[in-house]
Design a protein around this ligand. Structure first.
Ligand code: F6P
Length: 326
């Protein structure tokens, strides 16, 4: 069993609902196993600035239901430089931190991987991102809550879209990943989803119009994943307005409201299981792995796989969406 006396924990990158539940689980599982815990503030930046405090069980009381992250978060540019990582390592030595738990998305785990390799420090990652774009895990902390937030918001837009008989393009977050847009579209009964994963294969908008959407309907909702490739909801709306001036088109960009709010039960349970698993993994001498979940079972996914591989989208879902939107 690994001899880890003190674990440092940080959240990095875009916040995600359930990060607090994960912080709580890591902290309490570590203390239960007689380890010290140190909370590192503002992601990797906290390692550079030394913004670190000891965490006891009551530091994580009453946070399981809160969105955001009590540890704050940031995207640190300094940590991308070797010199920044050298300073971070000095802090780790000074604080007597033996291992790190990093909660974040793709960019944060990429940073963890490089740091772990350079300084031979055990790091376990937790997939904390609403985007659900990490390979090797069926889902990520925050994804379910964001999906439910999208569903509630789009249901409201549907009311006004129907009343005015309008076509709405609604932009959904996902940083070039279509999981939220596609599953969101299924959940709200949207007419279509435009996602970057299949953009190169077909002109999804043309296809949509060719299939005659809106003919038999008095409103249409299209969820568009944010993406530089597709030009997002604005880009789609402009194209449709030019070609079909008879359509009454509107655009809504849901934006950062998708990242906030109290986590769903699914996210709280996922974060609690993953947080506890992070400490188990460290005690089992695992390092440089992300905790994932596959078929309701916790798995360890090497950073190299989680980050490098593109997580495939389930194309059957697109077909189902098409069929159900006739
Ligand atoms: O990765 C999470 C995410 O919300 C993406 O969906 C989005 O592209 C990005 O973060 C937005 O980042 P920022 O907080 O810097 O605006």
């Amino acid at each position: 069993m690994a001899n880890i006396k003190c674990v440092g924990i940080l959240t990095s990158g875009g916040d995600a609902p359930g990060m607090n539940a994960a912080i709580r689980a890591v902290t309490r599982t570590a203390i239960y196993n007689e380890m010290e815990v140190k909370g590192i503030y503002r992601g990797y930046k906290g390692l550079l600035d030394g913004e670190i405090i000891p965490f006891k069980t009551n530091n994580v009381s009453n946070i399981i239901q809160q969105g955001g992250t009590i540890l704050k978060t940031a995207r640190s540019t300094e940590f991308r430089d070797p010199e920044g990582r050298r300073i971070a390592y000095e802090t780790i030595q000074k604080e007597k931190i033996d291992a790190l738990v990093v909660i974040g998305g793709d960019g944060s785990l990429t940073g963890a991987r490089i740091f772990a390799q350079e300084y031979n420090i055990p790091i376990v990652g937790l997939p904390g991102t609403i985007d659900n774009d990490l390979f090797g895990t069926d889902t990520t902390i925050g994804y379910d809550t964001a999906l439910n937030t999208i569903m509630e918001a789009v249901d409201k837009i549907r009311d006004t879209a129907t009343s005015h008989e309008r076509l709405f393009f609604i932009e959904i977050m996902g940083r070039d990943a279509g999981f939220l847009a596609l599953n969101g579209a299924l959940a709200v009964g949207a007419e279509a989803a435009i996602i970057p994963e299949i953009w190169t294969e077909v002109d999804q908008l043309e296809e949509l119009i060719e299939h005659g959407f809106r003919k038999s309907k008095n409103s249409s909702i299209v969820l568009v994943a944010e993406s530089e490739i597709t030009g997002g909801a604005m880009g789609m709306a402009e194209r449709v307005k030019k070609k079909y001036p008879q359509y009454d088109v509107r655009v809504t960009i849901l934006g950062h409201l998708q990242r906030g709010g109290s986590p769903t039960a699914t996210d709280r349970i996922l974060a609690s299981r993953m947080g506890a698993a992070a400490i188990d993994a460290l005690m089992e001498d695992q390092r440089n792995v992300m905790i994932g979940i596959q078929n309701d079972t916790i798995v360890y996914v090497p950073f190299s796989k989680a980050i490098k591989n593109d997580k495939p989208i389930n194309r059957d879902l697109l077909n189902t969406l098409r069929i159900l939107s006739i």
